[in-house]
Write a protein that binds this ligand. Structure first.
Ligand code: 5CA
Ligand code: ZN
Length: 389
């Protein structure tokens, strides 16, 4: 895949044995939209390719089940934050199952992993990276990025852009009492009306980045072969995860970082905070075939940003119908058939070259137009490699 850190196409995963995948999971305060689905379907293709290559895949995904946006949405709607999170997590899992995204081996919330998180903060403290902000009322705990000489090497942003982006994406560069504007919150002390848990740092709750580092390292046992997420996570989230992991362990967090383009609607990034969302569950309720939704997502290259339109689903539905007709032996033959073996080869080759789903789908189109007798093989390839049934 294309490694965000180097900008180069790199082979991901080991030559043999265990491949470790960490993909940042949802913050469960709203239903799964097509942007989320695009991201999880993308990394599902990686999981499937590694399995196709005989790797033993270990896959962890977190759920940010306590964080400001979730608490704000719960407060705004009068729901208990735990109930809101539980409901949205269930819906997410349902949507992912419908889209045939293989479930991760470890699917963990932060609330159930607090010991892991505080243990990591202790390691950061032992490295001299953690301090309390100079605030008499709430002396929250922060972590410096300065102990990682490679800080910035993932996003390649200049300090001014970093501060602006940090402020846009949940950070607090302007908070008085911090040693450096980019220092990241690791433990927020209890505020009235907010959930909090006892810890050696005082009653509180974890900051965002440290959760993914703690969960990932603990469940995967060390450097990930790939850390994935949407483009919006490059900075600050993945940059700070990388810095904290290096500071705590002296090892890189991941060998490769890959990021999906942002899916938008009418020119705006689909986002829960903007409210311009098309939900997977909504499309399913309206009768869309989940396989057509998946195929619509696969029609876009993972690194491209794109806008969802109804046309995406219409085209995918029609394409799926053509393929299914060919599998059922109903497609007209006549001209020399395309071989199933060659089709399988082309699907694999397309995916192996930076997940070129367009080439994989074109190979299936070609076969469906002039199918040979190998429908079973082609159907198995679509199923195993692309998750399409
Ligand atoms: N809980 C954190 C990660 S630890 C989080 O970003 N949650 S999220 O619910 O906001 O996003 C979940 C995943 O979907 C992230 O990988 C994010 O980058 C991705 N994502 C969010 N919006 C879009 C979008 N419009 N297009 C593509 N991917 C998106
Ligand atoms: Zn994350």
């Amino acid at each position: 895949m294309t490694n965000t850190a180097t900008g180069r196409l790199e082979a991901v995963g080991p030559e043999a044995g265990t491949a470790r995948l960490y993909v940042c999971g949802i913050t469960p305060y709203d239903a799964t939209h097509l942007g989320h689905a695009f991201t999880y379907v993308t990394f599902d293709l990686v999981n499937r390719q590694w399995r196709d290559l005989g790797r033993d895949v270990r896959y962890t995904q977190n759920v940010t089940d306590v964080d400001d946006p979730l608490l704000e949405r719960a407060a705004a709607t009068g729901a208990a934050w735990e109930d809101l999170a539980a409901r949205e997590i269930d819906l997410f899992r349902d949507d992912m199952a419908a889209l045939r995204v293989l479930p991760p081996d470890h699917y963990l919330g932060v609330v159930e992993s607090l010991d892991r998180v505080t243990a990591l903060i202790e390691r950061l403290a032992a490295a001299g990276a953690v301090y309390q902000v100079d605030d008499p009322e709430y002396p929250d705990w922060y972590c410096t990025n300065r102990l990682d000489p490679a800080f910035g090497a993932l996003s390649h942003l200049d300090p001014v852009t970093m501060a602006a982006t940090f402020a846009e994406r949940g950070g607090d560069p302007a908070r008085p009492g911090k040693r450096d504007p980019l220092d990241a919150l690791v433990w927020r002390l209890a505020r009235p009306g907010e959930p909090s848990w006892a810890s050696a740092l005082g009653r509180g709750r974890p900051g965002w980045h440290v959760e993914c580092v703690a969960l990932g390292l603990d469940t995967l046992g060390g450097t990930f072969d790939l850390q994935g997420g949407g483009q919006d996570l490059v900075f600050p989230h993945h940059e700070m995860c990388a810095a904290q992991a290096w500071t705590a362990t002296g090892q890189p967090l991941a060998r490769c970082y890959a990021h999906t383009g942002m899916v938008g609607l009418a020119g705006e990034k689909m986002s829960k905070s903007l409210g311009n969302l098309v939900f997977v569950s909504q499309l399913r309720q309206q009768g869309a075939d989940p396989m057509a939704i998946r195929l619509a997502l696969l029609a876009h290259h993972y690194r491209d940003g794109w806008d969802w339109t109804e046309r995406d689903l219409e085209d995918a539905t029609a394409r799926l119908a053509r393929w299914r007709a060919a599998f059922a032996g109903a497609a007209p033959a006549g001209r020399p058939p395309v071989s199933a073996e060659a089709t399988l080869h082309a699907v694999r080759a397309g995916l192996r070259d930076d997940l070129h789903t367009d080439r994989a789908l074109a190979a299936l189109d070609a076969w469906a137009e002039r199918p040979d007798g190998g429908a079973a093989l082609v159907a198995a390839a679509a199923d195993a490699l692309l998750g399409l049934r």
